[in-house]
Design a protein around this ligand. Structure first.
Ligand code: ADP
Ligand code: MG
Length: 265
């Protein structure tokens, strides 16, 4: 990717699939880190009460007093009080922990409840080139908030037998949010993850995903490798943990594709 010609306002990307274990959190961390390597300023938003994204960046969610929950629910809370720097230059984090699970219930009675995250992120967008929201595995109110705040959605799909199950419901949800709350929302792409080239099965699933989604599928395919679970334990992205690995190269390629799709707009 070429040098930056202009900064922000940030493109906001929601990493979304209501299925768990498909690579959302891994992709948020490593796409973010790869974009930061390319000189972009990146904000990662942990929007899952499990706090896996925070853990993956070496933060212990249990020890946090202030999280994205406070930014969402407390008027007048300054984002700086919640923001954390990460070990990756140019990449910051809004962490979360189990507190966020209360927001799902509390937001129900809020005015304009679907756009609470959008309002909370608003003061930050001038400071970043990309904001990446790691969604929880559900299509509930938190995920609708992420979709309402976002310009683009990335849908990671695991190359497994039931990968496409539930995707229709997901695309329906994206379309509803687009119609009713956020006309700017676009599906940026489907990301095939945990691909195992040695199995016929993985290749068949990938072929079916491409058949179903065509140009919406990124050319980048993320292979299955034990390196990714290792990075969680290490608390850092694969781009620094194993900089020369195939996995790091794959997320750099994804970053270039995401940048190219942005420039094509
Ligand atoms: P999600 O956020 O969708 O629940 P995660 O990113 O947490 O998914 O991934 C689920 C598990 O799979 C984690 O243990 C993660 O380390 C592992 N994982 C993610 N991507 C890969 C991959 N490409 N190959 C092997 N394991 C992976
Ligand atoms: Mg996750």
């Amino acid at each position: 990717p070429g040098p930056l010609t202009e900064r922000g306002p940030a493109k906001i990307i929601a990493m979304c699939n209501q299925k768990g274990g498909v690579g959302k959190t891994t992709s948020a961390i490593n796409l973010g880190a790869a974009l930061a390597e390319y000189g972009r300023r990146v904000l990662l938003v942990d929007f899952d009460p499990q706090g896996a994204l925070s853990v993956g960046l070496g933060v212990n969610p249990m020890e946090l007093d202030l999280t994205i929950y406070n930014l969402l629910m407390e008027r007048g809370m300054a984002p700086d009080e919640v923001l954390l720097k990460t070990a990756v230059a140019g990449m910051d984090l809004l962490p979360s922990n189990i507190d966020l699970s209360a927001a799902e219930v509390q937001l129900v009675s809020e005015v304009a409840r679907e756009s609470t995250l959008q309002r909370a992120l608003q003061p930050l967008t001038a400071d970043y080139d990309f904001v990446i929201i790691d969604c929880q595995p559900s299509l509930g109110l938190l995920t609708v908030n992420a979709l309402t705040a976002a310009h683009k959605v990335i849908v990671p799909l695991e190359c497994e037998f039931f990968a496409l199950r539930g995707v229709a419901l997901l695309t329906e949800t994206i379309e509803k949010v687009q119609e009713r709350l956020n006309p700017d929302l676009r599906l940026d792409g489907i990301l095939a993850t945990m691909y195992d080239s040695r199995t016929v099965h993985s290749r068949e699933v990938l072929a079916r995903v491409v058949e179903a989604f065509d140009d919406n599928v990124y050319h980048t395919v993320i292979g299955r490798t034990v390196r990714f679970p290792e990075t969680t334990v290490a608390g850092e992205p694969i781009t620094t943990y194993a900089s020369n690995s195939v996995g790091a190269a794959a997320y750099r390629q994804l970053a270039r594709e995401v940048l190219a799709r942005c420039h094509a707009e």
